[in-house]
Structures are given as structure tokens and as C-alpha cells.
Design a protein around this ligand. Sequence first.
Ligand SMILES: [Zn+2]
Length: 301
Amino acid sequence: MRIRRTLLALVIAILCGWVPAEVQTRKLKIYISADMEGVVGVVTADQLGPQGFEYNRFREFMTEEVKAATEAAFEAGATEIVISDSHGNGENLLIEKLPKNVTIVRSWPRPLMMMQGIDETFDGAIFIGYHTSTTNMSGVRAHTISSARLADVRLNGTSIPEAGINAAIAGRFNVPVIMISGDDAIVKEATDLLGNIEGAVVKWAVSFHAAKTLTPEMAYELIREKTKKAIARIKEFKPYKVKEPVQLDVRFKAYRPSELLSYLSIVQRTDSHSIRFVGKDIIEVSKFLEFITTYEPSLEP
Ligand SMILES: [Zn+2]
């Protein structure tokens, strides 16, 4: 009788929209964008691509950093995690080493670049292994999108790191960035831009190709700790919004890209090496950036 009465009370409570906290299955979706230049110990191309003699070891360190963030996020209450492998060929993460209940975005091109897979259902974004912008005077492998080709990328007139472009994409979906890992310079650049997000400094930049670094084990521990802190504070963070329409200025290191792109009526050539594109939002800007850094007529298949 008592059980039946309790059950009835619960049914009434649910019908009235009141559900006890422990009965609710709260969803917490986290998006993790993973780059490699900011991974523990990374200093040169020797670690960054298949041609480098240390690449295979450092893919493991990158995977372990992502795994540390992923496991910590689950422990802190995350219910779903999407990871994007967002460095080089987009095929760096050793996916068999990641927790089995995540999904992974791999390879290119992608309309949302390093943020492919994000949407308005996510609660927070985490950046792992990030680096400073090409206009920053410090930071290991400081560059924006392409170290070989681009000398500056600006949104609405301000030079911006990849972390800023990606925060704006997340912000378009009302998702705040909650944590970043990398060297001390990107943690500073990102917190200057995005506010008081959690930052895991896994190395200290000495120059473009030198750093003082933590050991991998220590870096994983730090990333774990900062991820948990970030999720505990998740309600405090605000999505990063850029004013629309969004004006994109790109300065190339070479002369010919700006000359040729200016043949398109949607593109304005602003000086010998620079072009301007205005997108209705950051999504259009993202697609445009992916296009100009990927397209070549020799594309096959
Ligand atoms: Zn990278």
C-alpha cells in the first residue's frame, strides 16, 4: 500500500514536471578539439608529422593528453564527448586508445575546420595542444592555420589565433570554451581573448623551436585537473561571440594567392599580399578559410 502511494506520488510529480534531481538524467556534452604543436615536449617538425623521426612517439603523447581530458570530463559528469583530430593530416590520434564511448572526427576538408561536429547541443569546448597566432611574438610554432602560407588572420580587424576562430565557431552555437592546454604563450593569448577559462601550461616557450617542458605524465595529470575544474565551473563561462557580418582579413606570405583570389567578386584585395572577405557569420568565414587553404585545381579524386 505504502509502495503504491509512493509510486502514485512520483507519477503525479513527473506529470507536474517536478522530477527529483537523482531521477533526472542530465546531459552534458563536451567537444574536444585537438592540435599538436601545444602538446607536451613538442618543439619542432621532428614531432609534428609522419616525416619526423619522433612523430610516432608524440602521437601517443597527443592521444594521452586527449585521453586525460576525456576521462576527466567523464568523471566530472560529461555524458557525451566528440573529439576532432585537428592537426596536420587529421589522422594523428590513436583512436583505439581512447575511451570506447567517444566519437572522433578525422581528416579534411571540413566546413567547420578544427570544430567540425560541434552544434548547439554541446555544453562546453576544450582545446588540447593549441599554439599561439602567427602575429604573436612568442609561442612554440606560432602560426595561424598554415605556418607556410599565412602571415595574419583577422576577424573584424583584430589578429586572432586558431583558438579565437574556433571559440567564435563554438560561440555561434552558444557553446563556451572552458579549457585550453598548450604552452604558456597560448594560455595567455587565449585567456586575454576569452576571459578566465582554465589553462593547462604543459611547457614554457623559449622560442619558435624551443621550450622548457613538463614530462608527459605530469602534463596528463595537469590536464586532468584543469578539465575537472573547468567542468565544475561550466556555468560561469560565456560563449565567445563575434559581431556579424564577420569581416575576415587574410595576409599571405606569397604574392600570387591574393592576386588570383581577387578575381572572385566576393573577395577584395586590400594590399599586395592581403584579401578581405565578409561572411554573414563565422560559419561562412570558416568555409571560406577552409576553401582558400585547401583548394587547388590538381585535387584528385
Ligand atoms: Zn597543428
